[in-house]
Design a protein. Structure first.
Length: 370
């Protein structure tokens, strides 16, 4: 009996004798579970407790120079991993169940394992793309820290390592892959993916070993831009133009109250309300028009320049400049012009607008509305 089997059997025996009512599952994963262990491999394992007492099974220990960590994990966290909210798919997919408290709990675990595998079966590319954006967005914080921290050599490389980690996870998801081992073991496999920015391997390798801080930061900037461009290309694969008639149903009617608030704020010389409301009107309208014109929903990582074209071409009313300049009279005129132009534009796109001049007229419509 090898050490791995002896350790797992020891823990299983303890569960059966002391925690039978308190543990749902005992599982191990990683290189040992995948048959890829070497002399330095530890044993990665966890358990799902049913009760507070069950959490007492947790222990960290060292045997013959190898560290072990038996830790608890909740069903809630397992569910988040299965939903790809945490990049730990292999903890479940590449695991072996040593002990199950019941058939129902084992079945629940196997269903979550199957859910992960289903999401990577090649038919859920758009879902993986959307999830990849969440990891990619996190990389921006590390780049900000590199540019605006104390710019120490060690500090910048710590941030660079985190940035590269998030970017590589992003690329893996874009390629429908998940990591079965740690980043260090998987990176060479990532370089073989089909969907990669040009020069990806060279750029990442240069970041990992760059000694010039300015070059390091610039290379990280380039990496973000390159991967963002790759993601933009993937967005276009799944782009679907939605007709104005459905996309903008109810949009103007809801927006009208915001237009009125900007006019009132101009009368009150409320610069803050004018600024935030006016910029929000132009930006959000541009966003929706990009969906209708290009079939793309842009997100918070996209510069306004990427999705303003439709608005500039079809509406072409600048609400931003007078808000910045605190030119209240000009802003009131622009809001008036926008109101007329946007309403006319939507009507030309067969958007049904529910607009009535009196309560009586609306009442007649509403009473007979199916």
């Amino acid at each position: 009996m090898n050490d791995v089997t002896r350790i797992t059997e020891m823990i299983k025996a303890k569960i059966e004798s002391q925690y039978k009512d308190d543990i749902a599952l005992f599982v191990y994963y990683g290189s040992q579970a995948m048959g890829m262990a070497d002399t330095y491999s530890d044993l990665d394992f966890f358990f799902i407790p049913r009760t507070e007492k069950g959490k007492e099974l947790m222990i960290q220990f060292v045997i013959d120079g190898i560290g072990y960590d038996l830790f608890p994990i909740t069903w809630e966290r397992i569910g988040k991993i299965a939903a790809l909210e945490q990049p730990l798919a292999a903890v479940i997919t590449e695991s072996k169940v040593v002990y199950a408290g019941s058939d129902e709990e084992l079945e629940r675990y196997e269903k979550l394992r199957a859910l992960i595998q289903l999401q990577y079966d090649g038919s859920h590319g758009e879902q993986l793309l959307n999830k990849s954006k969440e990891y990619f967005n996190d990389a921006y914080a590390h780049f900000f820290n590199m540019e605006n921290g104390q710019r120490s050599f060690a500090g910048c490389h710590v941030e660079a390592s985190k940035l590269v980690g998030k970017v590589v996870l992003t690329v893996a998801m874009l390629n429908g892959q998940w990591f079965k081992r740690g980043m260090g073991k998987e990176l060479n496999s990532v370089y073989q993916y089909e969907k990669l920015p040009t020069g990806f391997e060279n750029l990442v390798e240069s970041i990992l070993h760059e000694e010039d801080l300015d070059v390091l930061i610039e290379n990280c900037r380039t990496l973000l831009l390159d991967v963002k461009e790759l993601m933009n290309g993937e967005d276009k694969v799944y782009s679907v133009k939605e007709p104005y008639s459905t996309l903008f149903e109810g949009y103007y009617e809801e927006l009208k109250s915001t237009l009125n608030k900007v006019v009132r704020a101009c009368d009150e010389k409320d610069a803050h309300t004018v600024y935030f409301r006016a910029l929000s009107i132009q930006e959000e309208t541009s966003l929706f028009m990009a969906k209708a014109e290009q079939g793309l929903w842009y997100d918070g990582t996209d510069h306004y320049q990427r999705y303003r074209e439709g608005y500039d071409r079809l509406i072409a009313i600048d609400l931003i400049s007078p808000a910045i300049a605190k030119d209240y009279e000009l802003m009131k005129k622009r809001i008036h012009d926008f109101d007329l132009a946007f309403k006319s534009f939507l009507e030309s796109k067969d958007v049904d607008l529910i607009i009535y001049e009196s309560l009586e007229a609306f009442e007649a419509y509403y009473r007979d509305r199916a």
